[in-house]
Design a protein around this ligand. Structure first.
Ligand SMILES: [Zn+2]
Ligand SMILES: [Zn+2]
Length: 239
């Protein structure tokens, strides 16, 4: 018997109602409302591409990414985007278990082919973490780490101190600022990894939009010796 399911009833990530006892982590009808990203997908960012001949989406043809490859579960649209929004702003962290399981279940072959050594969530700024009380990317990374039995490190990658809010900046300026937004915790690098970081890293976040955030993380990791950087996010699309 699922005792935890009795004490903490599972809420559906789409309608937020309690899912019937032992009925899984989502209502069956609600699952159909999520837009899963299916093949063919961009070989770089995992977005849906149209036409079987296309390997990369328009964004990835135009942009050089620092990361190697990634996938997302759903399109950032409709009920899916609302669900992701509620995790962050309405503290619906209980949805994360569903998304972690689905992400892994739907991409297991690909994930094993990546041969990941370490999982890293996109870090929140210290101020935001204090305000929100949790990092949704950290919780997602933690669940994925447990399912895959691969180590997770929430402290190696850090936000640099906030200077100006990104919202006040133009597109180019924002990209530049974002490139400097992350840094490696030198202390962790030295004592946990003896200054030799693992070769293949998986970055976890809630949403992939332009890829700038994942790129900024990948860039700093590669500057510190990581060879391959992959990513997984719940949703993909313009927020
Ligand atoms: Zn539901
Ligand atoms: Zn792409």
């Amino acid at each position: 018997m699922d005792l935890l399911g009795v004490i903490f009833p599972v809420k559906c990530p789409v309608c937020d109602e309690i899912v019937g006892f032992n009925k899984g982590l989502i209502c069956r009808e609600c699952k159909n409302k999520l837009e899963y990203i299916k093949e063919p997908r961009c070989k770089k960012c995992g977005k849906k591409v149209y036409g079987d001949m296309e390997e990369y989406c328009m964004d990835c043809i135009k942009t050089v990414h620092y990361f190697d490859m990634g996938v997302s579960l759903i399109n950032h649209k409709g009920v899916g985007s609302q669900s992701v929004y509620r995790i962050k702003y309405f503290n619906k962290r209980e949805y994360i278990r569903f998304y972690a399981r689905e992400l892994v279940r739907n991409n297991i072959k690909l994930i094993w082919s990546w041969k990941i050594d370490l999982i890293i969530p996109v870090p929140l700024s210290f101020e935001k973490k204090i305000k929100r009380g949790f990092n949704q990317a950290g919780l997602l990374a933690d669940e994925i780490s447990k399912i895959l039995n691969i180590q997770m490190d929430e402290y190696l990658l850090e936000r640099s101190r906030n200077t100006r809010p990104l919202k006040e900046m133009g597109r180019k300026e924002r990209k530049k600022a974002l490139e400097k937004a992350f840094k490696i915790n030198k202390f962790i690098k030295k004592f946990r990894y003896k200054n030799k970081l693992p070769k293949r890293v998986l970055i976890v976040d809630d949403i992939y939009t332009t890829g700038n955030t994942i790129d900024a993380c990948a860039k700093v990791l590669k500057e510190h010796g990581v060879k391959k950087v992959f990513f997984m996010t719940i949703s993909n699309g313009k927020a």
